[in-house]
Design a protein around this ligand. Sequence first.
Ligand SMILES: [Zn+2]
Length: 231
Amino acid sequence: MIQIAAYDYNLTRSNRKTITLRVTQDGTLDVRAPLRTSARDIDNFVASKQNWIAKCRKTIADAKQAYAPPPIGWNSPLLWRGKEHPIQSDGESCRMWFDGEIFHFPSCNLENLKYNIPRLLKNCAAVHLRERVAYFADIMHAKPVGMTVGDACKRWGSCSSDKRITFSWRLCLAADDLIDSVVVHELAHLFEMNHSPRFYAIVRATMPDYDARSAKLKDFARQITDIYWEL
Ligand SMILES: [Zn+2]
């Protein structure tokens, strides 16, 4: 008799026909199986997929390794529209600004810098997003009543029933094509306040590669978790 190794996984049984596997971001294996499949059959199935599982775990680990941002400080770069820009201390000045290449802050301690970064990025984000909203609103014939930029950590953007759009300044950490995907998403909510097929038809008519961008944005959110969510 061949001993079957007991594998470590979370099992969910439901009224389904096949077994499916999913490796989550923390490397855990989620197994979904039909109600009547025996534990041994599930173990056998998991055993037969060991190479695939190992490959998934490696891909996730590599992606986390690839972007290991330094802690924010005077010598660290700041992410803006998908690129890193240096931070500079301007001893004489008490204002802060972005010149397109360098973020300038008044000379201050690290705590104040961490407080100032979101304030400056929020202002920069408002300028950029206002321009992108105007651009896509024109294409989509959408008429938002107003646009604001907030501090949200849980969502990139939202649209209220009174047609006001709110973005998180953190959206502008992402590359331009990802920022635009959220702009189009929120503008489409002015026509459909849901995520129905009709809603996605509007989104994809404006942006045919929306799904690919959306997937990239999800990856991006996982990559920046370490520092930028705490600001
Ligand atoms: Zn939505």
